[in-house]
Structure formats: C-alpha cells, structure tokens
Design a protein around this ligand. Sequence first.
Ligand SMILES: [Mn+2]
Length: 342
Amino acid sequence: MLTEKDYKAIRKELDECQRPLFLFDDDPDGLSSFLLFYRYKREGKGIIVKTHPKLDTSLIPKVEEYEPDKIFILDVPVVEQEFIDQCKRPVIWVDHHTPSQLNGVKYFNPRVSTPDEHEPTSSLCYNVVKQDLWLAAAGTIGDWFILPLLDDFKKEYPKLLPKEYKQAPDVLFNSKLGTLIRIFSFILKGTTHDAMKYIKVLTRVADPMEILDQQTAQGKFVYKRFEKINRKYEDLLEAAIAQNKKGEYLIYTYEADKMSFSSDLSNELIYRYPEKIIFVGRKKAGFVKGSVRSAKKVISTVLEKALVGIEGYGGGHELACGFCVNEEDFDRFVENFKREND
Ligand SMILES: [Mn+2]
C-alpha cells in the first residue's frame, strides 16, 4: 500500500512544478487520475497514452513540443526505460499494475509493498489531492473495484448508485454512476485530437450532475458527444444480442473502421448472459481483434491452446482475455476453443 508519507511526497511534486505534463492511460481510471491531478494543480497539459499497454519513445516529440518542467505518468502499465532516459526531466509514475523497476523515475505503486493490493490509480490520486471524490468513484468502479470511498460518494450522491450492489457490474450497468463511467470510456474513443477536445472541457466540470443532467454548457457538450458514440454502441449491442442462441457460446463479429467497442460489448454481454462464454471481435484490415469473457470458467489457458496453429496472438486474465487473429483463421480459432474447452 501507499502510505500517508507517499501521498505527501506526490503532493509536494505537484505543488513544486509550473508546467506539468500528465500522460495517462486511455480508460476511465486513467482519465479520472488525470482529471484529479489537473483540477488540483490547474496548470499543465494532459496527453492520452493510446499505445496501450506500453509508453514508448513515440511520445517523446510531444514531450519536447510542450517543454514541461515535470512529467507525471498515471495508470500506464508499462513504460520503456528508453522513454524515461529521453525525457530529461523529473518523472513521477503513479500506477497499480505489475510493478516495474526503472531508473530515473519516482515510482509509486501499492503493489511494490503489498503484491495483492490493486487499488486503482484514481483512488491513489484522490488520496493525494483530497478533492473531487466523484472522479475517484468513477475511476475505481471503471476498473471494477468497489472501495470504501464509494460509501462516502453514496452519502454525497445517493441517487447515482443502485439501492443495493455487491459487485462492480451492479453499479456499471444499473446506475447513473455507471452511465458516467460509460461517458468517460466513450469520449476517449476516436482520435487523440478529438478525445482531448472533450477532455479539456471535462476539466472544467465540477459536479457529475452537470454532465448527467446536462446542467451546464460544458456538461451538455460532453453529453452530446457521448450520445453520438453511444448510438453506435447500442446498435452493435442489439445486433450482438440477436446472435444469442441456445448453447454455451455467444459469438459476434462486427466491422467498424474508427472505434473499437469490443471490450465494452463483451463486458455488458457477460453481465447479461453470465452462463455463456462471449466472443466479440472487430474485423479490420484482414484481422479479427477482440475479447473473450466468461463469468465462471477459466478461459486464459483454453485460449492459449486454441491459438496453436493459428496466425495471431492473445492472452489476459483468467476470465477476460483479448485476441487478434487472421480473419481467415477466426472460425477455426473458435472451433479450437470449443474443442479445448470440452
Ligand atoms: Mn487502472
């Protein structure tokens, strides 16, 4: 875990800079982490790291262009040593993924001292700045964690949570906080340029109701963008649900040139159909890239075996994996999976 001393040290780093650059992961936890720090500091610039999961030297030109006096890396799982070396500025990295050991970076990760603790980055950032609890609530549930801070959030915004909830999906798919998280997830889609336009406006939002009830011009602007992307999502979800037949599997592929919805779709489908194994794949440039989900059966080892003899790769967690296979191999890949799973 991180200690009060760690939080103070990070706050001091924030206080003692004029032109910080924040590089953050492109999911609701990463976005919330950035918003928490930026709204505290009221200075600097944010950049989404779209090269998930790795931050490499391809972002160096953007660093040079902005000329920051300090760099904060938030919620990015992997950073190349080469990137740190070429930054030539103090780098502070706050994260909760598998710990790394790099030179020349001030590293704050609760798993270094407590390997089983995965407290999301937005919760760590909230402990540093102690303001905008709603952003920490969005970021942590967005990473599928229910933390005690949610009880405080509930006192402040009782209407944004379901009456009862046991697990993160109960909040994600059945509450206004869940909608807010989806808004965060969807405005990150598309080009970095587009996403940053909406994120800039988000930094001026002080209360979630501004967005959810479209109470201010800023909130309305963000919500309109969400609605536009959400229409595409709802169409795909409906088409995926139409594929639901008897049997253990729900398999859905779609074509979309600019935005991927595979992980959003597979998460919602496994919540709706917990007895199934879900395959969602997006066809693009001769490949099918997508997600596999299961609520009970371990699929990571099955996936590994199913990829033998297939052009492609895949992997992930026990119940949630990603894959990318040649489009011609997709059917055979699914058949392999079914065979290995029997
Ligand atoms: Mn995270």
